[in-house]
Design a binder for this molecule. Structure first.
Ligand code: 5CA
Ligand code: ZN
Length: 421
């Protein structure tokens, strides 16, 4: 799948500290990647109603992690997917009378433009669900052969090759380790978030779909012995992460709506595909809301990045509005949030416009320390605010102004926070 142009990342003096993030399985702060390499997988969009501010906030959060790793001097490998065939996409296409492939292509194009404007680093490996079908088929077949997956007949089926295939979660003793939820919550989330706890014929109500046999009016691909059909959602990410990064990898990310069942299931599949390993650490972003509700495609309460851009809002102000909130918490998009960000951007641009300015070293160190401390962007913003306030105040005597300091701040804000000023 095509990505988008990579932003320029300026060089900075010195280097960053090891980035620590909150492991959402344990609640502990952990070093995001040990050693010289770092590997990240972030769940990509399902391409309809993209890119809303919730999506943007999630991708900007993991973009900070990549920037922190690069500043540490690590070699970074980043993989992501596009869920370009799945029930919600097909339902939207049907409801609006649009071809599902055209809907996906248009939305992916829009998403690329939004990510480019927001200065988000593109994935090194970017794979669509459709592209991954042959690999998914092999993986599902391997799970069937290993006795970790089984067929479930359909009431309307006329023979073999028309069964759906489900994972048998009892084959994975570590199932549950990602989200650590009680049985009732797991069942509730599974039902609300794309699962089918009431499907007749499953061994366990939480067993997730791996391969959906072809139905009339739905797209289908050759599944070999599985019969024609299309991939289940969780196996898609397990296979794309495995093939793009190798297993185990360092961090799997996404919004906290993916913690269960999606990341629990995809990690379980990866474990069974690779003898015990998936992502070492899971990191989850909070939900961006609008008018008291989670911003979501299904509710339709959306603020789109493309619409803001069309209204003339600088994408760097959108990025700053996101960075004013810690990634892990829930927050609300409001007119004040974007107005504050526009004002902040203007203030910073003003403050770096001179040749000399207040010394930059402590500010650079504080931005790095904030990033290293669980990607604390609001703290980094406060450090830049303080420098910009001082720079604009005229209080620094001329003989204390440092030549080139505004340039260091501008480069630091660009390299570490992804904000071009
Ligand atoms: N394609 C799947 C992942 S494999 C999917 O969840 N797509 S999505 O388009 O629904 O969401 C894309 C990413 O944005 C996910 O990481 C999701 O957790 C995140 N996301 C969705 N809504 C919000 C929101 N309101 N706030 C923050 N993040 C959100
Ligand atoms: Zn995913």
């Amino acid at each position: 799948m095509l990505t988008w142009p990579a932003p320029q990342i300026p060089q900075l003096p010195g280097e960053g500290r090891p980035i620590r993030v909150r492991d959402s399985s344990t609640g502990d702060l952990v070093t995001a990647a040990e050693g010289p390499d770092a590997r990240l997988y972030v769940c990509g969009i399902t391409p309809y109603d993209a890119t809303h501010l919730g999506h943007a906030a999630t991708y900007v959060a993991f973009d900070l992690l990549l920037r922190g790793w690069i500043d540490e001097g690590k070699t970074v490998r980043y993989a992501s997917n596009v869920t370009d065939v799945d029930d919600p996409l097909l339902e939207r296409a049907r409801a609006t009378g649009v071809d599902w492939q055209d809907l996906a292509a248009d939305q992916i194009a829009l998403y690329r433009e939004d990510m480019t404007a927001l200065g988000v680093i593109p994935p090194d490996v970017y794979t669509g669900a459709v592209e991954s079908v042959p690999d998914v088929v092999r993986a599902v077949q391997a799970l069937v052969d290993a006795g970790a997956a089984y067929r479930v007949g359909r009431p309307d089926s006329t023979g073999a090759g028309e069964d759906d295939v489900y994972a048998d979660l009892s084959a994975d003793p570590s199932f549950g380790a990602v989200a650590r939820l009680d049985a009732a919550t797991m069942r509730a989330f599974f039902g609300e978030r794309g699962g089918d706890p009431d499907r007749a014929g499953k061994r366990h109500e939480l067993d997730p779909l791996l391969w959906r046999a072809a139905r009339d009016g739905e797209p289908a691909w050759d599944g070999g012995d599985l019969g024609p059909g299309r991939p289940g959602w969780h196996i898609e990410c397990a296979v794309i992460a495995r093939d793009g990064l190798g297993l185990p990898f360092d961090v799997q990310g996404g919004g906290n709506d993916l913690r269960f069942p999606h990341h629990e299931m995809s990690t379980s599949h990866a474990r069974l595909l690779d003898d015990g390993h998936g992502a070492r650490t899971h990191v989850h972003t909070g939900m961006v809301g609008l008018d008291g509700e989670k911003m979501s495609k299904s509710l339709g309460n959306l603020v789109l990045v493309s619409r803001l851009r069309a209204q003339g809002v600088d994408a760097m102000a959108v990025r700053l509005a996101i960075l004013a909130h810690h990634y892990a918490g829930d927050w609300e998009w409001t007119d004040t949030v974007i107005a504050d960000a526009v004002a902040r951007l203007e203030h910073w641009r003003d403050a770096v416009s001179g040749n000399g300015g207040p010394a930059a070293d402590d500010t650079l160190a504080e931005i790095r320390a904030a990033l290293a401390d669980d990607l604390d962007a609001p703290r980094a913003l406060r450090a830049v605010d303080a420098w910009a306030d001082l720079s604009s105040s005229g209080r620094v005597p001329d003989d204390e102004l440092v030549e080139g300091a505004p340039g260091v701040i501008a480069r630091a804000v660009n390299a570490l926070l992804g904000v071009r000023i």
